[in-house]
Design a protein around this ligand. Structure first.
Ligand code: NAG
Ligand code: NAG
Ligand code: NAG
Ligand code: NAG
Ligand code: NAG
Ligand code: NAG
Ligand code: NAG
Ligand code: NAG
Ligand code: NAG
Ligand code: NAG
Length: 618
């Protein structure tokens, strides 16, 4: 019976060519059309078929009796007669489940299925996993979509499938199982689709307000990821947005809080996988992935994000082969920068439920989600796509060139795409334009210095965006930012322009920026700075920065953004203690933006906050 099943699944695989491999999008990541940089599922299939032949004697001339093959050493030795051609020794869904990049009729489902048992499979043997997605929480009735897919050693046993034929704006539950033993199941994940683009704003999310949770900067060794857990367990957030620094490449020392990072400074694909693996063992992070779909932009810390370097890398196609070779003196491991970038992107695509936007544009992660006519969620890549030289490389000259008009943070292609996306959003009558991106947009004088690694180093690019909003009367833009490890809430206006913009009333602004603090990474106000000491600094900051209305630098956390047709509500959550795993946090401040107002409602934060400093307190 079991054998029949195995044979039929295997034959199905033979008949369907690479179907079961291709169903797993992890093989397509990150480059579908550049086989030498990705996985050729045809060769994986071929490798598998050879193995099946030996096992099942499909070919009359071949018998597995006594067959030995030094090219295929297995954990079973040279005797293949008892080894499975689909692994049936049991699997472990080691990292639970996740989902992401929801559209109106589809969503990505993710899991990891690792072979267990005393006799681990040869690397050529696929692990076969089924998935089922239901429109009810108890997984009853007929699944809305289901299927099988293979995963292997080649993609770190990750599995990413697209569940299709779903209904817009609907909640779903999903589960994976072992094809060879349906009793072995993954935890149940919950996810949802978004509204179709043409859905009336008042009908989005069944007429209820829609809440996002927004995160950035989770450094394992700096603390426990409680913020993710509080968002998952204690808020009504239905879509989780991550603005970058999901993992860190560095080591640091977290031993004193039980958070020592494994491995070394990241360079190879194995390094990146190990790091993602370790991060995802955090229970709060695991729960957050299991609870709701994520939409992310990655900000894998890569210095010298110069298009030249990246470009050459793709053309050179030195992807994996150089991972361990001593090539460049750039990193301690001896791996080249470009190889690191490739390894990072590839591992990220394996481990994250993120779609590949454009198979020919290898690094593109900027994308737009039309969520009915309530909003466009536009995710930008302000880190690695096509950025002109950053401060870390030419630190000393950057201040003098920060104003140069042809400097771009986004790259010309992304920049023009962004303006078109804003225009189209307005034209199609979407109420809100929510822009998720990595770095702080508003000009910030911090202790007499500007962070030229943020938009303050790309002032002409920032001006072009502000001009585009003002000139085209594009209303209701909310910029979400991460990266800075502190909370900053500002009206959006041209820097230093107190003619058009009045910081007291907010009149003349063209939107609002909600910049959120880190999940764990330490504060720029001082690592472990007390609320009282951070507030002293915030007092100065809200005084010298015209557009800045709230500053808070002590607490680690996240914020939620709740939208309906008339109001946006951003509520900031502060974690009380990240030295251990807990769900202890509080809402430190809530900001309202009324549709059409293009500024924070006055009094800002209702006139009082539980942490940080408002420009005009009370
Ligand atoms: C499955 O994986 C989890 C997480 O790595 C581990 O704690 C557990 O022991 C594993 N179970 C088996 C049966 O290998
Ligand atoms: C599953 O849930 C539905 C509605 O949510 C309910 O009608 C049904 O009785 C439940 N089935 C089981 C087996 O609990
Ligand atoms: C990378 O590998 C390719 C071939 O695998 C080789 O030609 C090239 O010289 C290597 N580059 C470096 C920097 O080691
Ligand atoms: C920008 O213009 C300056 C001179 O105006 C030129 O030296 C520089 O190469 C240009 N940079 C880019 C990225 O085009
Ligand atoms: C920046 O802020 C400092 C206080 O931290 C202040 O002394 C300085 O004048 C400010 N600079 C500008 C250009 O506003
Ligand atoms: C705003 O004014 C300050 C002080 O003069 C200056 O340092 C800063 O560069 C100005 N910002 C912009 C964007 O012009
Ligand atoms: C939107 O939510 C706000 C609360 O944030 C509420 O006052 C308002 O009535 C809601 N608008 C609609 C149309 O329901
Ligand atoms: C804003 O959202 C928070 C968190 O969901 C909620 O507690 C608060 O009541 C909301 N405020 C308004 C005015 O809608
Ligand atoms: C945070 O928890 C740790 C134990 O994990 C404890 O030692 C420390 O005192 C706590 N910090 C605060 C501010 O309560
Ligand atoms: C979050 O919910 C858990 C129970 O699910 C509870 O123990 C915890 O106190 C809650 N935290 C907050 C901040 O409400």
């Amino acid at each position: 019976m079991l054998l029949t099943l195995l044979v039929s699944v295997a034959l199905g695989a033979l008949a369907g060519a690479t179907e079961l491999f291709d169903r797993n999008l992890a093989y397509a990541s990150p480059f579908t059309n550049a086989i030498h940089l990705s996985h050729d599922t045809r060769s994986l299939q071929k490798r598998h078929v050879e193995f099946v032949k030996r096992q099942s004697q499909l070919d009359d001339t071949q018998s597995s009796d006594g067959l030995t093959d030094e090219h295929y050493p297995t954990f079973y030795g040279g005797d293949f007669s008892s080894s499975p051609f689909i692994y049936n020794g049991g699997i472990n869904f080691t990292h639970s489940v996740a989902s992401g990049d929801p559209l109106d009729t589809s969503v990505l489902l993710w899991t990891r299925a690792v072979p267990i048992g005393s006799q681990l499979p040869d690397q050529s043997i696929p692990v076969c996993v089924t998935f089922r997605i239901f429109n009810n929480a108890n997984l009853s009735g007929k699944p809305v979509d289901s299927g099988s897919a293979f995963t292997t050693y080649d993609v770190d046993f990750t599995l990413k499938v697209e569940a299709k034929n779903l209904k817009p704006d609907t909640h779903y539950s999903f589960q994976f199982a072992d094809c060879t033993n349906p009793k072995t199941v993954s935890p149940v994940g919950t996810t949802r689709t978004i509204s179709s683009p043409d859905t009336a704003a008042a009908k989005v999310n069944g007429g209820k307000p829609l809440t996002f949770a927004v995160f950035s900067c989770s450094r394992y060794q700096d603390g426990w990821f409680n913020a993710y857990g509080v968002a998952a367990h204690n808020t009504s957030a239905e879509i989780f947005v991550h603005l970058g620094d999901y993992i860190y490449e560095s080591l640091g020392n977290g031993a004193k809080i039980g958070r020592q990072t494994l491995g070394r400074e990241l360079a190879t694909i194995a390094d990146y996988r190990l790091r993602l693996n370790q991060y995802r063992t955090d229970v709060s992070l695991r729960d957050a992935h299991q609870k709701a779909p994520w939409i992310t932009v990655c900000d894998i810390l890569l210095r010298r994000d110069d298009h030249e370097v990246a470009d050459q890398a793709w053309k050179a196609g030195t992807a994996d082969s150089n991972d361990t070779a001593v090539g460049c003196s750039f990193s301690p491991s001896g791996a080249c920068f470009t190889d690191r970038k490739l390894a990072a992107v590839r591992a990220y695509h394996e481990w994250m439920p993120i779609r590949q936007v454009d198979p020919d544009d290898k690094l593109r992660i900027w994308r737009n989600f039309q969520i009915g006519k309530l909003l466009d969620l536009t995710m930008l890549d302000t880190r690695q796509y096509d950025r002109d030289i950053t401060d870390l490389y030419y630190n000393t000259v950057i201040n003098s060139i920060a104003d140069v008009t042809n400097r771009s943070l986004m790259g010309p292609e992304q920049e023009s795409w962004f303006y078109n996306t804003l225009d189209q959003s307005k034209e199609r009558g979407a109420i809100w334009r929510v822009v998720g991106q990595q770095i702080v947009f508003t000009q910030l004088n911090e202790s007499d210095a500007f962070d030229v690694d943020a938009w303050d180093g790309y002032r002409a690019n920032r001006n072009r965006i502000l001009d585009h909003l003002y000139d085209n009367k594009i209303s209701n833009t909310l910029i979400l930012s991460g990266d800075s490890h502190a909370n900053w809430v500002s009206d959006l206006a041209h820097p230093n322009d107190t003619t058009t913009y009045d910081p007291v009333t907010g009149n003349g602004a063209i939107g609002v920026e909600f910049a959120g603090t880190a999940v764990t990474s330490s504060s720029p106000f001082g690592s472990g700075v007390s609320p009282a000491n951070a507030d002293k600094q915030s007092q100065v900051l809200v005084g010298v920065n015209t557009d800045l209305q709230w500053s808070e630098g002590s607490y680690r956390g996240f914020f939620t953004l709740t939208l309906n047709t008339t109001h946006a509500n951003a509520t900031y959550f502060a974690m009380r203690n990240i030295s251990n795993a807990n769900l202890d946090g509080f809402a430190s401040a809530t900001f309202i933006v009324k549709a059409g107002a293009n500024k924070l409602s006055r009094p800002v934060a209702g006139g009082s906050v539980l942490a940080g400093v408002l420009k005009n307190q009370g």
